[in-house]
Design a protein around this ligand. Structure first.
Ligand code: ATP
Length: 201
């Protein structure tokens, strides 16, 4: 069995930055955002079910899911959101488990932005949280994305609080400072995880 380290954190906290540092040690990354797109790729069970429910109008001319149209529909039809969650969550979960099974590295990193919110900690043996002050989250997200401060604050309000997330953590990387501090922090955790992973082999 491969040891699974869950990696989570709020919007703009630095999950991707931290995950990429682990990848430099050859650790397999399993990314929930990537999987959420794979389960609705053309030809997938997920997309076929969505097309059956909503008609071919929900597809773009190249056969991909029209995400912005789906977002609009969900916004005006809350029951559609529940239907979609019931369809996609098991598909996403199954695909994560398959990727964990196929992982060849000493341990793998399961990156799930809403891990605490969706109560998915049980998928991982250990939870690593990337923690930053809210003001830093807002500043970095505004620098990275074309969004307003109000939009970022709304997203923050819909996510778990720092307190809730940190309470669920086994390990916390604080990312308030300069990113040059991250490689050493990741190196220390990596060595710790390598030791722990021997229990799972
Ligand atoms: P999201 O969940 O919103 O996609 P994330 O948690 O994956 O975000 P990143 O994309 O890794 O976060 O980081 C957010 C932004 O902040 C990026 O532009 C990244 O380059 C930058 N960043 C990350 N860590 C630091 C740091 N310590 N100092 C300055 N900028 C940073």
């Amino acid at each position: 069995m491969t040891m699974v380290v869950g990696l989570t954190g709020g919007i703009g906290s630095g999950k991707t930055t931290v995950a990429n540092l682990f990848a430099q040690y050859g650790i397999d990354l399993i990314d929930a955002d990537v999987i959420a797109r794979e389960v609705v790729a053309p030809g997938s069970e997920g997309l076929i079910a969505i097309e059956l429910k909503l008609g071919a109008d929900i597809l773009l001319t190249d056969g991909q899911l029209n995400r912005s149209k789906l977002r609009e529909l969900i916004f005006s039809q809350p029951r559609l959101k529940s239907w979609l969650d019931e369809l996609l969550h098991p598909l996403i979960r199954q695909r994560m488990l398959t990727k964990i099974d196929n992982s060849q590295s000493a341990y793998c990193l399961l990156v799930i932005p809403l891990m605490v919110e969706n109560n998915l900690q049980s998928l991982a043996h250990r939870l690593l949280v990337v923690d930053v002050e809210e003001s830093v989250q807002i500043e970095r997200t505004l620098q990275r994305d074309l969004v307003s401060e109000e939009q970022v604050k709304n997203i923050l309000a819909a996510q778990a609080s720092r307190k809730e997330r940190n309470a669920a953590a086994d390990d916390i990387i604080s990312n308030n400072g300069d990113s040059s501090a991250l490689p050493d922090k990741v190196a220390q955790l990596h060595h710790h995880y390598l030791e722990l992973s021997q229990r799972y082999q």
